[in-house]
Design a protein around this ligand. Structure first.
Ligand SMILES: Nc1ncnc2c1ncn2[C@@H]1O[C@H](COP(=O)(O)OS(=O)(=O)O)[C@@H](OP(=O)(O)O)[C@H]1O
Ligand SMILES: Nc1ncnc2c1ncn2[C@@H]1O[C@H](COP(=O)(O)OP(=O)(O)O)[C@@H](O)[C@H]1O
Length: 307
């Protein structure tokens, strides 16, 4: 089969450069192709900036650090292609552009011409993650729902990822041991597995998980672009949560029937660098609506409702 007959993927490493994207440089890392779809003679193959750990371009002698790959267009370049026929060149280029990420070998990142900025313009908002953390019973789910209702009524697209709900599906294989809690958080936030994907889609993603460990929360924060991780600490005293005890879990934990319950015989590490603290005292707790308004004000003041 001739190279010109090969299907052209969305864009990126193997794709045709879309005129609009080429004009504003968005696909600066894509392969420049002549109209018939081959690789233009003399054009150096440049890998698009994308999150991958190591590019297995052994022949080109390059490796690619994940962080560097994200911030600038690294160039694990192909050998010069001059003088080669399409049929010889494309398989070589394809091989050079595959990578190994974790246990996934020979994979390739595909960029599409519609990017996060385009989606944000469409939605008239900036994608972000509002990460609500606090003890069981502190009101995380209530705040998440109130916030999403408030934002929805103002015309903003949101999606709620609730710890309890996720444990009904995606995370149902995980217990409450420290390593499983960490994995729970990792799937939702770390490596952008879920929350980051939603933020990248341009949505205001609201997560409500106990997320008791600082290290797990800050690992999630590091993954998201500057300022798009907004940590909201529901600072509700244990005695208030225990008094509420809507699921009867504190009672069971106190009776020793649930082991490793957060706040009872498992730690909750209080956030020290969060964007928003919602304070609740015994007998004096803001209403769900006013908690939601506090978050909305933050988003407004920090430009999340502009594209
Ligand atoms: N041992 C133990 N400790 C804490 N919580 C427990 C435990 N066992 C079950 N549950 C119920 O699970 C909900 C918390 O799930 P999360 O995914 O948010 O927890 S974590 O972030 O992984 O720590 C939590 O829901 P919320 O009350 O909504 O926080 C509890 O209902
Ligand atoms: N701001 C609030 N004031 C009074 N009660 C609240 C408030 N927020 C939540 N609650 C109540 O506290 C209990 C726990 O709330 P929930 O949202 O399920 O907490 P979490 O998701 O943190 O476990 C529920 O019975 C809820 O109605």
């Amino acid at each position: 089969m001739l190279a010109r007959d090969l299907p052209i993927p969305c864009s990126g490493a193997g794709g045709r450069r879309a005129p609009a994207a080429a004009a504003d440089g968005r696909l600066a890392g894509g392969v420049l192709r002549p109209p018939w779809g081959g690789v233009a003679a003399g054009v150096r193959l440049v890998a698009a900036a994308r999150p991958m750990s190591v590019v297995t371009a052994a022949a080109a002698g390059s490796s690619w650090d994940r962080k560097a790959g994200r911030s600038e267009a690294a160039v694990p370049a192909a050998a010069p292609v001059d003088g080669k026929d399409d049929d010889d060149v494309l398989p070589v280029l394809n091989k050079l552009m595959t990578s190994t990420v974790g246990k996934s070998t020979n994979i390739r990142w595909h960029d599409c011409p519609v990017n996060q900025l385009d989606r944000q313009k469409l939605l008239n908002q900036k994608g972000c993650v509002v990460w609500i953390t606090g003890l069981s019973g502190s009101g995380k789910s209530t705040l998440a729902c109130a916030l999403s209702r408030e934002l929805h009524s103002r015309g903003h697209l949101t999606y709620v990822l609730d710890g309890d709900n996720l444990r009904h599906g995606l995370n149902k294989d995980l217990s409450f041991k420290a390593e499983d809690r960490a994995e729970n958080i990792r799937r939702v936030g770390l490596f952008g597995e879920v929350a980051k994907l939603f933020a990248d889609a341009g949505l205001i993603c609201i997560t409500s998980l106990i997320s008791p460990y600082k290290s797990d929360r800050s690992a999630c924060r590091k993954l998201l672009p500057n300022s798009s991780f907004i940590e909201v600490f529901l600072n509700v005293p244990l005695e208030v949560c225990e008094e509420r005890d809507p699921k009867g879990l504190y009672k069971l934990a106190r009776a020793g029937k649930i082991k490793g319950f957060t706040g009872i015989d498992d730690p909750y590490e209080t956030p020290s660098d969060c964007e928003i603290v919602i304070q609740c005292k015994v007998g004096d707790c803001p209403s769900p609506k006013s908690m939601a308004d506090q978050v909305v004000s933050y988003l407004e003041a920090n430009g999340f409702f502009q594209n």
